[in-house]
Design a protein around this ligand. Sequence first.
Ligand code: AVI
Length: 319
Amino acid sequence: MDSLVRFHDQHPPEVAGSLCEELLAGLSATPKFTSPKFFYDRRGSELFDAICVQPEYYPTRTEEAILRAAAADIAEVVGRDATLIELGSGASRKVRLLLEALHPACYLGVDISRDFLLESTRRLAADYPWLEVHAACADFSRPMAWPDGLAGERPVAFFPGSSIGNFTPEEAEGFLKGLTRLLPVGGGLLIGVDLIKDRAILDAAYNDAAGVTAAFNLNLLQRLRHEFEAEVEPHEFRHQAFYNEVDSRIEMHLVSLRDQAIRVAGERIDFEEGECLHTENSYKYSVAGFRELSGRAGFEPRAHWIDCDSLFCIHYLER
Ligand code: AVI
């Protein structure tokens, strides 16, 4: 129990064996793939934070600029009686702009990373003494329930960063359907979604000149070495990211520089020269396309906010 934060542990310790099985299943598939969740060890999370401040990576600063410019309007539409629930709360920077505008009685941060969650919610509780702060360690991509004892009647979830884009559209719809089951009628979802745009802007955002996104992608192989006893040389692969216009998604791959065999948890995996390991999709949506998808999941669009260059959109949807 914490004096400042009410902590709810809803996540059983990660079963290393099942993660390893998931990894091997993807590495043995054709084409080979890994889930983007494998990016986020400590180094991967640091590299992601560094990506967010690269000049080419517009989503973070654009979403923050929209939140800053539209905060009062957002508060008007969302209402000031909400319990704010941040999904994947991480460093909880963007939510500060909302807390200051909405002044809700209660905030719940939900994240799978226990230490990160506790650090960030403790900081929020210290900085906003008027706020009742809860933290739930949970995997919100799986069925969960809001913890007991939250003040307020009207939950409003906040899912920033276009993290929804790392799901396939089918997974995104399933995830949003799951959220509608957690929200009462009148409950809402404020969600950041990256927009379809000129491919040059997209390609540059995932191929920054400083090589941070490349390091983030290649760090996956370092993680395999440290955590999954992999025998693999990261310098035998190269980063590749490009916009796939047909599917409206950025694809990230690690391309093998030669014919080679790697080993993961004792299993041999063969790569041909030029063969790709598909490590991430980042789907982009038009405003109408995302409204349709969220409508199929049971949400009603209430409002949306876009920056002046039409790079990024924040939707407010209600049950
Ligand atoms: C976390 N997610 C929304 C980021 C994205 O843009 O899809 C992850 C990322 N991958 C490469 N750069 C950033």
